[in-house]
Design a protein around this ligand. Sequence first.
Ligand SMILES: C[S@@+](CC[C@H](N)C(=O)[O-])C[C@H]1O[C@@H](n2cnc3c(N)ncnc32)[C@H](O)[C@@H]1O
Length: 307
Amino acid sequence: MDVDERVEEIEEYGAHRHAAQDTRVRWIVQGENLEVLRALPDARAALCYIDPPFNTGRTRRHTRLRTRRDASGGDRTGFGGQRYKSEVVGVSQFADRFDDLPAYLEPRLREARRVLRADGSLFVHLDPRESHYVKVLLDAIFGRESFLNEIVWAYDYGARTKSRWPAKHDTILWYAVDPASYTFDYAAMDRLPYAAPGLVGPEKAARGKTPTDVWWQTIVPTNGRERTGYATQKPLAILSRIVAVHSRPGDLVLDFFAGSGTTGEAAARLDRDFILVDQNPEAVRVMRKRLAFAAPKTLTSRQFEGL
Ligand SMILES: C[S@@+](CC[C@H](N)C(=O)[O-])C[C@H]1O[C@@H](n2cnc3c(N)ncnc32)[C@H](O)[C@@H]1O
């Protein structure tokens, strides 16, 4: 799709939105998420889930320059034709984004809090290598009292090392904007079968038991129907539980590290609105295909003007 086509799509959608019958927001936005977040209004989303990347294996380099005025020549021209000379005052390099994940996330998490409603929640999906760093950051942004759960997603799949306990869980941190008043729809929760239903009586056995903060769920099977081919895809069952319990029909759900769009599928199937942001064109291609049933609009971050 070329740019003109996309512009047309927005105009068409703008008109559509104002029609009384359809005020749904089902958007896939291709672009840098910080830019998109900054364009969103305050207190609009009921729920935000993110699954940021880490351990990319990439070498990242940050160079700090000091620039001074230099009448004798310099290496660049500034305001009023003044000549300036720049010198390198520091280079930091790290082998992986993991080393600096909190610094990278901080401005995005501050924006996430701003765009959440007063009864809204943020879920941050991490693994044990960096969850504690990000938790300290979230405590600072939301307040320690806003931390409500560390959910452990446990799975049982793949090779098992013999040199330490095989790592088979991820960590999902839940923060509520207001720890005294947040959406937690207990009745909407999927329930678990009792191990010994005969011991609890037919009524309880039929109802099932309340899940705890440890969620057993297999990974997305490599050849299952749910599989999109996107490497970091998370199970729909995990996102469906989060969306069902922490938002209500018609609410807006936001995922600004959207990948294959699992959050969007959970939101659409549960009758919520969604905004999914990813900078990777491949992710956008996968999401458009996966979410075609929900007729989402695709925008670039430049075209995105907020709600
Ligand atoms: C771990 S994946 C998310 C997977 C997703 N939860 C799913 O179920 O498919 C993280 C995604 O964040 C995207 N991403 C990373 N940095 C970004 C940024 N600054 N802005 C927008 N997207 C970004 C990557 O392209 C990647 O698709």
